[in-house]
Design a protein around this ligand. Structure first.
Ligand code: PEP
Ligand code: MG
Length: 613
């Protein structure tokens, strides 16, 4: 997984954040072991391991005598109740409010424990088969997991692992095992476990846990998301790291590239200590540019904006020197709640965005639900291929009332700043035209009621399907701006499910097909004299910045904590040399070769971030 093209998708934060020093003098008695996994939260840690577990222990199956059955059912119910209490007290004890917002998953765990398929059917199994509670629960979980295996939707399939986490908690209660409480680890360590649930991750604090490593897991798991939120360096999917470490063993974790060195050599230490120092100095240095403009050495201005999901991220954007919001993912307003957000609520949210980002613009993307972003509220029918299903603009056009509520909210808020409206997942002109018709209806209604709005609020279109990229010249004539959504464009153009960790190595932003598409979109924008932005994760990864500048993008929109690094790159290159670099790179015919060339160039220019030596 290391050093591959999909780092753009994974690398949600700035290249390095954490740094660490060896806790004790290492002995160098053992040969180093190098392991590679998926780096899900960046940073370098030099420290020692704290082995939490080696994965689920085998469960013994025991036949019960008839008189033992009732007591066994009671024992099971007691363990269930205790596991539930554990989860609830865990949730209540988490001090960090931001983190608590990620913890709706803990409520889901409690709901799973209450579900009759766990609570009742396991008890029935104990009675019917006269077996011990551990064996009955394991059997029942296996049955449920098989059902999940058959589900196509990757997000729901991932929920299979939640069953393991929940089941593991009940089994621990049944067997009387205790797991070291992560909140109480003795000193700053790298936690090593077969798997970590979000409940485990939530107990970690960066002052005690410098990093974590797991055998299993992928970049889109809740655990990975929380590691990034906590800024704890993490590498997952290491397969057998728990079999290879002992507690206290010295190690080095490079979360940037998913590399782990157990029992590092003297040279490894010297090398990584140098990297850590270099990174540290580089990060301090970046802070100096924060409020300088993003302008190339030959004087070309590039807008560096931010992608956000909630208003409370706005201060981070301003602090990072972001020039507006290039992508506001409004679907998060519709998730994890019991009712649909109405016009007033949406108006208030977007008005705040408009006011707080002024004088810069904020691009409000209309609802992009569906695919891996699901909301229980809309009660959508299950789909065999959700990524290709009733999602985003398709959903809005099918439910114009839902769409109009949102458009009214955005338009009314547009009177308070500079709001742009952007349509997601467009695959043809008919969708652009139908959306514009609805937008005009909403405007006419507001006018008739003398409600103020910005008559000239621009309407733009995301280019994230191969069809829209192919007819972008036609689309460009009918919209005010374009924004390339490479996350989906790569998924659809290369036919690679963006959330399937098994094919993650085929998710290649440097595939020549993708680069040609990006270039084509920029050219179409230029011909139509409308601005073109790129708001996929590629914009957040400095590896691609020279390429994107050379292709002529007007604006890049990214995760807020990437802005400082990207600005540094913009300010240290000329557009001309970037163009030449694009010409050179586009001669190469293969994604890996292009990636290797980018790595080489960036390691040469910015060794602090990209050199591994
Ligand atoms: C994209 O697809 O590149 C994009 C920015 O949108 P999202 O990640 O929300 O699908
Ligand atoms: Mg998208």
């Amino acid at each position: 997984m290391r050093g591959s093209a999909k780092t753009a998708e994974r690398r949600k934060a700035a290249p390095t954040r954490r740094r660490g020093r060896p806790a004790a003098k290492p002995s160098f008695a053992r040969e180093p072991i190098v392991l590679h996994g998926i780096g899900v939260a960046p940073g370098i840690v030099i420290g020692k391991a704290f082995l939490l577990d080696r994965g689920p222990a085998a469960v013994a199956r025991r036949k019960l005598r008839k008189p033992e059955v009732d007591a066994e059912v009671r024992r099971f119910r007691k363990a269930l109740k205790e596991a539930k209490q554990d989860l609830m007290s865990l949730r209540a004890g988490i001090p960090d409010k931001d983190l608590r917002d990620h913890l709706f998953i803990l409520d889901t765990y409690v709901m799973i424990l209450d579900d009759r398929m766990i609570a009742e059917e396991t008890a029935e199994l104990i009675r019917a088969e006269k077996i011990n509670a551990e064996a009955a629960l394991t059997q029942q979980l296996d049955k449920l997991k098989k059902i999940f295996d058959g589900i196509q939707d990757p997000y729901l399939r991932e929920r299979r692992r939640d069953l393991d986490h929940v089941g593991g908690r009940v089994l621990m209660r049944l067997t009387g095992q205790t797991r070291e409480r992560l909140a109480e680890v003795p000193e700053k360590v790298v936690v090593v476990a077969h798997d970590l649930s979000p409940a485990d991750t939530a107990q970690m604090t960066p002052d005690r846990v410098a990093g974590f490593l797991t055998d299993v897991g992928g970049p889109t798991s809740h655990t990975a998301i929380m590691a990034r939120a906590l800024e704890i360096t993490a590498v997952v999917g290491l397969e057998n790291v728990t079999r290879r470490v002992e507690s206290g063993c010295p190690l080095i974790v490079d979360g940037r590239v998913g590399k782990v060195i157990l029992y590092p050599s003297r040279d490894d230490y010297a090398h990584y200590l140098r990297l850590v120092d270099r990174l540290h100095r580089f990060e301090q240095d970046l802070a100096k540019d924060l409020h300088l403009p993003a302008v190339t050495l030959d004087g070309e201005r590039v807008q560096l904006a931010a992608n956000i999901e909630m208003n409370r991220e706005i201060p981070a954007v301003i602090e990072a020197g972001g020039e507006g919001i290039g992508l506001y993912r409004t679907e998060f307003l519709y998730m994890n709640r019991n009712d649909l957000p109405g016009e007033e609520e949406q108006f208030a949210v977007y008005r705040e965005v408009a006011e707080r980002t002024a004088p810069h613009p904020a691009v409000i993307r209309t609802l992009d639900l569906g695919g891996d972003k699901v909301s229980a509220l809309l009660e959508l029918a299950p789909e065999v291929n959700p990524a290709l299903g009733l999602r985003a603009i398709r959903l809005c056009l099918k439910h114009p009332e839902l769409f109009k509520v949102q458009l009214r909210g955005i338009l009314r808020a547009s009177a308070f700043g500079r709001l742009h409206i952007m349509l997601p997942m467009v695959s043809g002109l008919a969708e652009v035209r139908a959306s514009r018709r609805i937008l005009e209806e909403v405007k006419a209604d507001l006018r008739s009621r003398e409600i103020a709005f910005d008559e000239r609020a621009p309407l733009g279109c995301m280019i994230e399907t191969p069809s829209s990229a192919t007819i972008v010249d036609l689309i460009a004539r009918e919209v005010d701006f374009l924004s390339i959504g490479t996350n989906d464009l790569i998924q659809y153009a290369l036919a690679i499910d963006r959330v399937n960790e098994q094919i993650a190595d085929l998710y290649q932003p440097t595939h020549p097909a993708i680069l040609r598409m990006i270039r084509g979109v920029v050219e179409a924008g230029r011909d139509a004299r409308i601005p073109v932005s790129l708001c996929g994760e590629m914009a957040s990864d400095g590896l691609y910045t020279m390429l994107l500048l050379g292709m002529g993008l007007d604006s890049l929109s990214m995760t807020p904590n990437s802005i400082s690094v990207i600005k540094r790159i913009v300010r240290s290159v000329t557009r001309l040399e970037c163009r030449k670099f694009v010409d050179e790179v586009m001669q190469l015919d293969d994604a890996d070769a292009i990636l290797a060339r980018l790595r080489q160039e960036m390691a040469l220019r910015y060794p602090e971030m990209y050199a591994s030596d």
